[in-house]
Design a protein around this ligand. Structure first.
Ligand code: GTP
Ligand code: MG
Length: 357
């Protein structure tokens, strides 16, 4: 009986893994969509160069890290290589005017935001049934580096890592727990949770800790630091594959089920910090206790309810926007998802559609 149960469980898990894989494949952007986005990037780059001839416009976020879903927005970053620099505020204002004059984009410059950006959108058209949304920021080199780090993690085990991440992104969007503005977690936050789980929770680990592997050759301080942040990580994934491989053979479904179990029951939300650089840390060691006394009476946005350390900006809590209610909702969703996956529905597909209802 035990064995029969085990075999049926294995079969369910294999079937569910296949379904998860097929499910995310059909949500990937089409080659046409990627081509249109690249054209948009080039067009915008040409226009920006009329203001700043030495600038480059680079993609970051999901369009660049391999975790992109169909119709996801574009994150672009303008780097200025040399010469007299305009301030980000002036650039945003000038670029806003220029794009308004020269293009069909709806343009919204935010020159006085904490990080000045220009927001753009394009209405749906036959080639682009859902339009395009795009943010252009300036000199955000850390974002380019963390994009590269996530991309490297995806490359190490594309099937398991990408399927898990993409599934969590779709699931969190459908369950409406993917809006930092409404007190829940950004996509970036969910991706960091998956990597934290695969590097530090799973034993044997599914992924190595790229920031802690020994470098191949000595590297100087200036090569590894950007604005005081250590941005070094092992990025030669081809070479890595000759030296490191995971002993972990769990399927996508098993990993995902365990991910939901871990983040509904085990993770120490009150005292713990998820760090992909160092594993589980304490709020106390980082000075990130939830300070309920200093949060105003009506301020449900105490910043450290949920703590995820940025891989490079280690003083920065990526989930600082998560409110008490937001965290309660997220954990409730983790539990619901874990329950659905751990039960034994007749068919895997049913479980999946239930999950993303
Ligand atoms: P979708 O837009 O939902 O497809 O997801 P995404 O992968 O593009 O993630 P998101 O839009 O949340 O973030 C885009 C990029 O911005 C990330 O890859 C990071 O490089 C950067 N980013 C987003 N949020 C933060 C943050 O809180 N801190 C830092 N340092 N970078 C962030
Ligand atoms: Mg994005």
């Amino acid at each position: 009986n035990h064995q029969a149960h085990y075999i049926s469980r294995q079969r369910f898990s294999a079937e569910l893994s296949k379904c998860l894989f097929d499910f995310v494949i059909q949500l990937l952007p089409t080659p046409e969509e990627l081509a249109v986005k690249e054209d948009v990037r080039k067009l915008l780059e040409r226009l920006i160069r009329t203001i700043e001839p030495n600038s480059r416009l680079l993609s970051f976020g999901s369009t660049a890290n391999g975790f992109s879903l169909r119709n996801s927005d574009m994150d672009l970053c303008c780097l200025i290589d040399s010469g007299e620099r305009l301030s980000a505020t002036d650039l945003v204002t000038m670029l806003g005017d220029l794009l308004n004059r020269e293009t069909k984009f709806h343009v919204k410059p935010l020159p006085h935001a904490r990080i000045p950006i220009v927001k753009l959108s394009l209405d749906p058209s036959p080639g682009l049934p859902l339009g395009i949304a795009c943010d252009i920021g300036f000199e955000n080199r850390l974002a380019l580096e963390n994009t590269r780090l996530l991309m490297c993690y995806a490359m190490i085990d594309p099937t398991r890592v990408r399927t898990m991440v993409l599934f969590l992104k779709v699931w969190s969007k459908r369950r409406k727990i993917n809006s930092p503005y409404k007190g829940t977690l950004s996509s970036y936050g969910y991706v960091l949770l998956v990597i934290y789980f695969l590097v530090h929770v799973k034993n044997p680990p599914v992924l190595p800790n790229l920031q802690m592997l020994p470098p191949l050759r000595p590297i100087s301080e200036e090569d590894t630091h950007l604005n005081g942040h250590n941005i070094w990580f092992f990025d030669d994934i081809e070479l890595l594959s000759t030296r490191w491989h995971s002993e972990n053979t769990e399927s996508i479904a098993e990993l995902l089920t365990d991910f939901f179990r871990y983040f509904s029951k085990e993770f120490l939300y009150n005292t713990g910090v998820a760090s992909i650089r160092e594993g589980l840390l304490t709020k106390e060691s980082k000075g990130w206790q939830n300070d309920l006394s200093s949060a105003g009476y009506n301020d449900s946005r105490e910043r450290n309810r949920f703590c995820i350390e940025d891989p490079f900006e280690v003083d920065f809590n990526v989930s600082r926007c998560v409110t008490r209610d937001g965290l309660y909702t997220i954990r409730g969703e983790f539990m619901r998802a874990g329950r659905i996956l751990a039960g034994r529905p007749e068919r895997a597909l049913l479980a999946l559609s239930q999950l993303c209802e």
